[in-house]
Design a protein around this ligand. Structure first.
Ligand code: PGA
Length: 221
């Protein structure tokens, strides 16, 4: 037991998270380092496409992502909900309206993530299912820049509710009440099946599951 604690406190954890998960992943790392102050964390923040490549090459201890790809033999354990919502500037004509039909979005320009993003894939799947194809005005590979673009009136977007905490408080952005939204997604902790997790990876995994309910509550308040 003591030897294992020593392994963890001196260990290095290599964790890669989806861009959208960085808003809570850094808080989880902070909680982890309170327990193991001498541990070292190497955090990579990237999109879904790169996370899949990293899982293929087995180069990370743990990956945090949206739905793990079905074509790979992975352990993927869901630990928190990841609702995707439509955002607009507060002075948008649809702001404050109830039960907006999804067909209304057909006439709205959109600011979207890059094609390798899980958020973008989820949005395209819903639009295809509803037979709508709103114009893509701007494509940006960064959630913060997307929110800036929406606040500046460049179009609507769909982002994780988890990225919006400060923007909603400051009334810089609002969530639109659109049919079929929020898109219900989950956050998963993933790694290759058969991988032997190091003591530090096992300790981090335990902390993620312990912290997730508290974090979900904080993010939805
Ligand atoms: P993204 O990932 O940052 O690549 O959009 C999140 C997800 O898969 O939902």
């Amino acid at each position: 037991m003591f030897a294992q604690m020593q392994d963890i406190s001196r260990g290095t954890l290599s964790v890669s998270v989806a861009t959208t998960a960085s808003s809570f992943a850094t808080r989880m790392i902070s909680a982890f380092l309170k327990q193991y102050p001498a541990a070292t964390i190497r955090l990579d923040v990237t999109n879904r496409g790169t996370l899949i490549r990293q899982l293929e090459s087995n180069e990370k201890d743990i990956v945090i992502m949206g739905k793990p790809p079905e074509h790979m033999d992975l352990v993927g354990e869901a630990f928190m909900k990841n609702p995707l919502v439509v955002i607009a500037p507060p002075d948008h004509p649809l702001a404050g309206k109830a039960n907006i039909s999804i067909n209304t979005l057909q006439n709205e320009p959109f600011v979207v993530r890059e094609p390798a993003s899980g958020t973008r894939a989820a949005l395209e799947k819903l639009f295809a299912w509803c037979h709508i194809s709103p114009a893509i005005q701007v494509e940006i590979a960064d959630n913060e820049a997307i929110k800036e673009a929406v606040a500046a009136g460049l179009g609507l977007s769909v982002v994780s509710r988890h990225t919006l905490e400060l923007d909603l408080q400051a009334r810089r952005l609002v969530i639109l009440d659109v049919e079929h939204f929020p898109i219900a997604r989950n956050w998963y902790l993933a790694y290759r099946r058969g991988k032997r997790l190091s003591p530090i990876a096992l300790a981090f995994k335990a902390l993620v599951f312990e912290q997730a309910p508290k974090m979900a509550e904080a993010l939805s308040s």
